[in-house]
Ligand binder design. Structure first.
Ligand code: GAL
Length: 458
């Protein structure tokens, strides 16, 4: 029996655009994902999040299921345009009431809410009028929005995540154009990332100054795959290190050290923006915990003199800038996303973070997998997902036993949902969603996870 530390947080995670639906209800404004998903050709099969899991109307039922599973925490995100339809100025009382009721319902069932302020659904007006994350003004708007959330929900919410995976927004949204807002550029990712870091710094500062009495914790969630040197050569080891700096150091270095990694400064040069001394001060030390989303591992080798595949999905930055070639071991099994299943990668990444950032409290705010789950005779058997979870959780526990301060684990995801550019074709849930009827059916992994929580291990 593998036992986790007493007080370990067991949760599930979701995000507003992926589950809520009700895209034109309750006074909500439009987001860039509403616009993106309605743009022909952007999402597989033309799927949209208009209805999604219709969680907006079914949240009580969903929370009852969470309670039955014994979840100690639930991570969800708030839709900024549901709270502030144009992203600035007027608030929407109905949207505020929705999240307030949701939080109350969680508290009623003893489930601790973990709230993400921004999980990619930027108010469309901010994109149209201000160019979204490219505009420094958006940091002020984000801070005002955060202020609304802290003031309305902070009496009950004690765990805040400012921004989810700025890497994804920067690279996939502003670099490759495969996610909203669909921009393709080799300089905008650095500008967008810079404004997200400024926004995070400002919101944390506000929270600490104005809402100190609420006694909550706040941090950013970053995603990072593990990068294993392909060979033991000095070049490949340097390439793996550089890849991690371009992926995670890009965001975590400013937060823990006050500036971007030197490797980025050298390679990206004038395309990498500079922080003012005041911004540096504000951003440095702005994490109460290290939020981490982790899904997969790739080999890294030095790309000097080789042709680099800039379109490699999952690359940790703009390929030409970091000059790293990525590959996988053909023996590694893969999930439906095509992501390699490499449990030991999470262990190495946790140690890398622990050492580089001086033993922070780490919370895995997402980990999970998509498989081609089939509904048969009213049930869904997903032994592959259980194997995946066993593998990754075992490695988490080894890291904890070796001194890494991992405090919680949030499984992605509570239920199948809108998987961004893949639409509804990829199922990450431990609950199967029948999108025709809206019915949720617990997969065998849900029952397995229930027992893990109950036993604090497996
Ligand atoms: C993360 C993201 C989630 C979810 C997951 C699976 O990058 O935060 O919204 O979609 O990946 O792809």
């Amino acid at each position: 029996m593998l036992k986790f530390p007493h007080n370990f947080t067991w949760g599930c995670a979701t995000a507003s655009y992926q589950i809520e639906g009700a895209w034109l209800e309750g006074g909500k404004g439009l987001s860039i994902w509403d616009a993106f998903s309605h743009t022909p050709g952007k999402i597989l099969h033309g799927h949209t999040g208009d209805v999604a899991c219709d969680h907006y109307h079914h949240y009580k039922e969903d929370i009852a299921r969470m309670a039955e599973m014994g979840l100690s925490a639930y991570r969800f995100s708030m839709s900024w345009p549901r709270i502030q339809p144009t992203g600035y100025g007027k608030r929407n009382p109905e949207g505020i009431r929705f999240y307030s009721d949701l939080i109350d319902e969680l508290m009623k069932h003893n489930i601790t809410p973990w709230v993400t302020l921004y999980h990619w659904d930027l108010p469309l007006a901010l994109q149209m009028e201000f160019d979204g994350w490219l505009n420094p003004k958006v940091a002020d708007f984000f801070c005002d929005y955060a202020d609304i959330c802290f003031s309305h929900f902070g009496d009950r919410v004690k765990h805040w995540i400012t921004i989810n995976e700025p890497w994804v927004t920067a690279i996939l949204g502003y670099g490759q154009g495969v996610f909203a807002p669909g921009r393709i550029s080799n300089s905008e990712p650095y500008q967008a990332a810079h404004q997200m870091l400024r926004s995070h710094g400002k919101a944390v500062d506000l929270y600490r100054q104005k809402y100190h009495f609420q006694n909550g914790k706040i941090g950013m969630t970053n995603n990072c795959d593990w990068r294993e040197p392909k060979t033991n050569s000095e070049e490949d080891r340097a390439a793996a290190q550089r890849a991690l700096e371009f992926f995670l150091g890009w965001f975590a270095d400013p937060i823990y050290f006050g500036d971007y990694p030197e490797s980025m400064r050298q390679r990206v040069k004038e395309r990498l923006p500079q922080f003012t001394p005041q911004e540096r001060e504000q951003i440095k030390g702005s994490n109460d915990f290290f939020g981490l989303n982790h899904y997969t591992t790739m080999y890294a080798s030095d790309a000097e003199g080789k042709k680099v595949l800039s379109e490699v999905y999952g690359n940790g930055g703009i390929a030409e800038d970091q000059n790293v070639e990525l590959s996988v071991d053909p023996k590694w099994k893969k999930t439906e996303m095509g992501w390699a299943i490499v449990p030991w990668g999470i262990n190495r990444l946790l140690h890398w973070i622990d050492e580089r950032y001086n033993h922070p409290d780490i919370v895995l705010t997402e980990n999970g997998c998509a498989f081609d789950d089939q509904l048969a005779d009213g049930a869904v058997h997903d032994p592959q997902r259980i194997d995946f979870l066993k593998g990754y959780l075992s490695e988490c526990l080894i890291a904890i036993q070796n001194g890494v301060r991992l405090k919680g684990y949030f499984l992605w995801s509570f239920m199948d949902n809108f998987e961004w550019a893949s639409g509804y074709t990829k199922r990450f849930g431990i609950h199967y969603v029948d999108y025709e009827s809206g019915k949720r059916i617990p997969k065998s992994s849900a029952e397995w996870y229930r027992r893990v929580i109950q036993n604090n291990g497996f």
